[in-house]
Design a protein around this ligand. Structure first.
Ligand code: ZN
Length: 68
């Protein structure tokens, strides 16, 4: 049985490893690498940059808070 949590690409919680039980009932940890991790700005909700470089931050835009 493989317990594989799909990466949440809309949030920013991409697991760096996943844990699963192999056929011998051993718990294994599999490191996950991402070739491309989307950068999501929490201020404007746009991809490709972070809050620190958000151009809308200084323009007085409403802060965009992701729902949990
Ligand atoms: Zn932004």
């Amino acid at each position: 049985m493989i317990n594989n949590n799909l990466p949440n690409v809309l949030g920013r919680e991409l697991p760096s490893s996943i844990e699963f039980i192999n056929e011998k009932c051993l718990s294994l940890e599999q490191k996950v690498t991402y070739e491309w991790v989307p950068t999501l700005c929490s201020i404007c909700g746009g991809y490709g940059h972070l809050e620190a470089t958000c151009k809308k931050k200084d323009a007085g835009a409403k802060k965009w808070v992701p729902k949990k």
